[in-house]
Design a protein around this ligand. Structure first.
Ligand SMILES: [Zn+2]
Length: 303
């Protein structure tokens, strides 16, 4: 190899020329990475805000979109589609539920914004839930009636356009949490693949007050006498836009279907009606049909 004398100022030019010949593939690689990150953006952009940025099983994922054309985007996520609702001028928000039954890992959120298809990736983190071992006998088991199943399905599937809630949810009972969200079970030593505790239980004596955790419209009042055999006396409140609360095993119901309730309003009392081992309040929070962890709704809340 011949030595070439390169004038001082031309060093960089020569190095660049050399690198360009030697490492052309690096440029292709950088280009490919740039293209990939442009089509599936992992975090957020000025017109898209996804919270939390690092969700875990049971979390609600909020997707806020800024549009130019004022049309509410529909969001595709994990094989389902979700409506978005206005939360400001040309701002829309969709709430995506996750549960302990979801497969953790990379999830893609897709929608069309201002006529342009967009994709965002989120990493849904795994989470360890406590487990319980239950022994069940071979005797007769109490089953839910079609009536209670149908009424509660109607409640879970309701997506009313109004947003009744505002700010973080309040605690619905004064007692301690006796059973947290998401607990998994073993029945006679066998892991129940599709079971998880779909709510939070609060300890409390029969007759202790239950308060609405947020504003909403009473959608279901179910009584043991009408066929709420497993859930017992039940109240389901629609908070709007696919968000709803259900309260079961009550001893008393103080509201009627169609009533509007305010946060902190007394709606009933703790009991042990239906299939309950003792007096407690089970509060289930549903987002677009799935039972989610109420804790993020209690702490930061959702716009
Ligand atoms: Zn429970």
């Amino acid at each position: 190899m011949r030595n070439t004398v390169i004038p001082q100022g031309r060093h960089w030019q020569a190095i660049r020329k050399y690198l360009g010949k030697r490492f052309w593939w690096l440029g292709v690689l950088v280009g490919a990475i740039a293209l990939l990150t442009a089509t599936v953006t992992p975090a957020q952009t000025s017109d898209v805000i996804i919270r939390p940025t690092s969700p875990q099983l049971g979390d609600t994922i909020s997707v806020i979109l800024q549009t130019n054309d004022g049309t509410a985007p529909t969001i595709a996520y994990d094989g389902a589609s979700y409506s978005s609702f206005p939360v400001g001028s040309n701002r829309y928000r969709a709430l995506l539920p996750t549960t302990p039954l979801d497969r953790p890992g990379r999830k893609v959120i897709q929608f069309t914004l201002n006529g342009e298809p967009r994709s965002f990736a989120v990493e849904l983190r795994n989470r360890r839930f406590p487990t319980q071992s239950i022994r069940v006998g071979g005797g007769t088991s109490t089953e839910a009636t079609d009536y209670e199943l149908n009424r509660l399905r109607e409640f879970r599937e309701a997506v009313s356009p109004q947003k009744f809630w505002s700010g973080p949810f309040a605690r619905p009972a004064d007692g301690r949490v006796s059973s947290e969200y998401g607990i998994r079970r073993y029945y006679n030593g066998e892991f129940a693949q599709d079971y998880y505790h779909k709510g939070v239980d609060y300890a409390g004596g029969t007759g202790s007050p239950i308060y609405a955790p947020a504003a909403g419209r009473v959608m279901v009042v179910g009584r043991v006498a009408d066929g709420f055999r497993v859930n017992g006396n039940t109240i389901a409140v629609d908070h709007g836009q696919g968000v709803g609360s259900v309260f079961i095993h009550l001893s008393r119901i103080d509201v009627q279907e169609g009533d509007m309730v305010q946060p902190g309003q007394r709606i009933g009392a703790i009991g042990a009606t239906g299939l309950a081992t003792g007096p407690n309040l089970h509060w289930g929070l549903y987002v677009n049909g799935k039972s989610v962890d109420p804790v993020p709704w209690r702490q930061g809340g959702f716009e």
